[in-house]
Write a protein that binds this ligand. Structure first.
Ligand code: GLP
Length: 257
């Protein structure tokens, strides 16, 4: 589904420091949630884990505490989860989301969805179908928050993932596993597989906000913006989306200050 603007054109990047980026994105989410709630509608948010979105969650908590932002009419769907971890495992993305956001706001746990990676491969296929069906039933994702892996992955869509990939079990790339080694104590303990929304599922969100911070994301952000659109750098597919905003700090955007 190409957008009206030419996907081959280099997209614009909003250059903001991480704190400002967090405020801008959290404010946009808060406005969306409030305006939909005023019409009696739920807002459906696509959420990500990792260091990148932490500032947004912190800012949302502040808006909840200080300005009464309510999550009572919010439904969330996380992008991905590790295969082989129970949802209550402290290393799972569900546990991470509880610590960073879910446990601190008035979000109904029944509306806070994270894929369950604890089943066997056959039940996991069913979990993928169920999860996508739940997103459909909720009316689709209004806004997807995204980070980018150093190899260009979005969610766990590693290089090689196609434009039309759907939610599925994937093998994590060696670089992805290596970047998680510290959290798991050792590389051998990092799960080999993940459960992830596909590229097509991500692109189905009505709006996408991609964040990238720090020197370590500079080279891959450049490739995501410039490289030919294709599976080698899954983040390039975002250039085909009509409402994506690329937000990076000066280090990731390659701007000197
Ligand atoms: C993980 C997640 C991605 C995330 C990426 C970058 O593999 N599955 O959703 O965007 O890593 O993580 P970080 O934000 O910590 O750099």
């Amino acid at each position: 589904m190409p957008s009206s603007s030419s996907p081959s054109k280099r997209p614009e990047v909003s250059v903001l420091d991480a704190a400002e980026a967090a405020r801008v994105v959290a404010r946009e989410i808060a406005e969306l949630v409030r305006s939909k709630a005023a019409r009696g509608e739920r807002t459906v948010l696509g959420l990500a884990t990792g260091k990148t979105p932490m500032g947004v969650y912190r800012e949302l908590l502040r808006l909840h505490r200080e300005q009464g932002l309510s999550f009572a009419r919010v439904t969330t769907f996380n992008l991905d989860e590790f295969v082989g971890l129970r949802p209550d495992d402290p290393r799972s993305f569900r546990a991470w989301m509880r610590r960073e956001l879910f446990d601190h706001v008035d979000l109904d746990p029944a509306h806070a969805h994270v894929p369950d990676g604890s089943g066997s491969p056959t039940t996991l296929d069913r979990e993928c179908e169920r999860y996508r069906e739940r997103i459909r039933a909720a009316g689709g994702l209004d806004l997807q928050l995204l980070g980018i892996g150093k190899n260009g992955h979005i969610a766990f869509n590693e290089p090689g993932s196609s434009r039309d990939s759907r939610m599925r079990v994937v093998e994590l790339a060696p670089t992805t596993r290596a970047s998680l080694a510290a959290e798991f104590g050792a590389l051998e303990r990092v799960p080999i597989h993940g459960l992830t929304l596909g590229v097509a599922d991500v692109l189905a969100a009505r709006a996408i906000r991609l964040l990238a911070f720090g020197e370590g994301k500079r080279a891959i952000l450049e490739r995501a913006l410039q490289a030919p659109i294709g599976p080698d750098v899954p983040a390039t597919f975002l250039r085909e989306h009509a409402d994506v905003r690329w937000i990076a700090d000066a280090a990731a955007a390659g701007h000197s200050r």
